[in-house]
Write a protein that binds this ligand. Structure first.
Ligand code: HSE
Length: 442
């Protein structure tokens, strides 16, 4: 019988903010980690693209290499923090095929090609862990994959992108419009120089695909996630929500749709800005914090809250996976594999039923409300509340003979709402359809 290893060789791919923190903790906590694992972790290489860049005191220069391919072939454990699809994908496949366990924070890669990585891990009897890929420091992958493995998850509502939560929170607190709030977020370092992946919802969609796959034991790819970002959310929408006792949040929603009269059964995975009641636990998640609200059959409602990004918080999640994978290496076992036995179908958004908030700019003349209400009624959509206010004459070209209408509806099919919008758009009395937001969390 072979002896458990006394030392595990660790290769780190990428030495940015998170990588430097992972290396710091690996060095500073070396003794404790060795006790917790039952073997020492020795970092043998840190693969980076730019060997000259100064990476601070926690990234030992002598470990830097530009040859990531060779490094991963000689590792027991590879920690991938470089991000992006390639070369991360090829390097991780190589690492898994050479028998290394992999810990990654790469949500984009998992959402784009997770199954290939899972299959390589399975075929080679090694672990693939990715707690840091969803909501930074917050333990959510392990709770969904392991702690709740005996329960049935109905729904997960997540604020899993800190940049957009910061922007929406700033719009809510200060009355700023999207562009102003984005500028502040950029100035304070919450938004990246190119904020596209965050503000367009792509980052949140990648995380939704990971959560949906785990929660519903089915493969859910990025292409299965309906994705809308926050760039069209206006200060008028924020104000309308406030008036109704609601808050606008960018939500990643993954849900088991059980099928009803006119709704098919399967999984829905979607990202969009939504109105949630002020009393919902997610409404009070401010600044760049993340939170994930899980509704399960036996457990009921659970809320996970914390820092979703940043060097040290993300490193915490990475190190938790490192310890777990290393322990298994020492004991000779492997952790949970991909679970996709349920094979549930994706239910497209247009088949779902939701409550809506609809914002319209209309000519203020007799019969306009009747036309709008009639169009919704023709499509089987029942109005819940309606609010109208005259448009002030201002430099946006609004004139006093126009008005803004805010309508909330009872539950209606998305397809019916989209058809109604097509009709409304063609009506001369409708100047513009400014907003269509869903109401969630009720
Ligand atoms: N850019 C992400 C955010 C963090 O703003 O939350 C990494 O997923």
């Amino acid at each position: 019988m072979s002896q458990p290893p006394g030392e595990l060789k660790v290769v780190v791919l990428g030495a940015g903010t998170v990588g430097a923190e992972v290396l710091r903790i690996l060095a500073e906590q070396q003794e404790d980690l060795a006790h917790r694992i039952g073997a020492r972790l020795t970092v043998t290489a840190v693969a980076v693209q730019d060997l000259e860049r100064d990476r601070g005191p926690h990234v030992p220069r002598e470990l830097l290499t530009g040859d990531a391919s060779s490094a991963v072939r000689d590792a027991d454990l590879v920690i991938e923090l470089m991000g992006g699809i390639e070369p991360a994908r090829s390097l991780l496949l190589d690492a898994l095929r050479h028998g290394a366990a992999v810990v990654t924070a790469n949500k984009a890669l998992l959402a784009a090609d997770g199954p290939t990585l899972y299959e390589a891990a399975d075929a080679n009897g090694v672990d693939l862990y990715f707690e840091a890929a969803v909501a930074g420091a917050i333990p959510i992958v392990r709770p969904v994959r392991e702690s709740l493995a005996g329960d049935s998850i109905h729904r997960v509502l997540g604020i899993v992108n800190g940049t957009t939560n910061y922007i929406l929170d700033a719009m809510t607190r200060t009355g700023a419009d999207f562009e102003q709030a984005l500028a502040t977020a950029t100035e304070l370092g919450y938004a990246e120089a190119d904020p596209t992946a965050d503000v367009e919802g792509h980052d949140a969609a990648a995380k939704a695909s990971i959560l949906a796959s785990l929660a519903f034991h089915s493969r859910v790819g990025l292409e299965d996630v309906h994705c809308e970002g926050i760039t069209a959310v206006s200060s008028r929408d924020i104000e309308a929500a406030r008036r109704m006792g609601r808050t606008i949040k960018l939500l990643s929603i993954v849900e088991r749709v059980s099928g009803g009269a006119d709704e098919p059964a399967g999984i829905s995975a979607r990202v969009y800005p939504a109105l949630i009641p002020d009393a919902h636990p997610l409404a009070s998640v401010s600044e760049a914090y993340n939170a994930v609200f899980v509704e399960a059959e036996a457990a009921g409602s659970l809320m996970f809250y914390g820092q979703g990004a940043g060097g040290a918080p993300t490193a915490s999640a990475v190190l938790g996976d490192v310890v777990t994978a290393a322990r298994q290496r020492v004991r000779g076992g492997v952790g949970p594999r991909e679970s996709r036995y349920a094979g549930l179908e994706i239910v497209p958004l247009d088949q779902l039923r939701s409550k809506f908030y609809l914002g319209l700019h209309v000519h203020d003349e007799p019969g306009v409300l009747a036309q709008v209400a009639g169009t919704l009624s023709d499509h089987g959509i029942s109005i819940s509340t309606i609010h109208q206010e005259p448009a002030e004459g201002n430099d946006e070209g609004n004139t006093a003979d126009s008005a803004f209408i805010g309508i909330t509806t009872h539950r209606a099919r998305e397809q019916a709402m989209q058809s109604a919008l097509d009709v409304l758009r063609a009506r001369p009395v409708v100047m513009s359809i400014d907003s269509l937001l869903r109401i969630e969390g009720e």
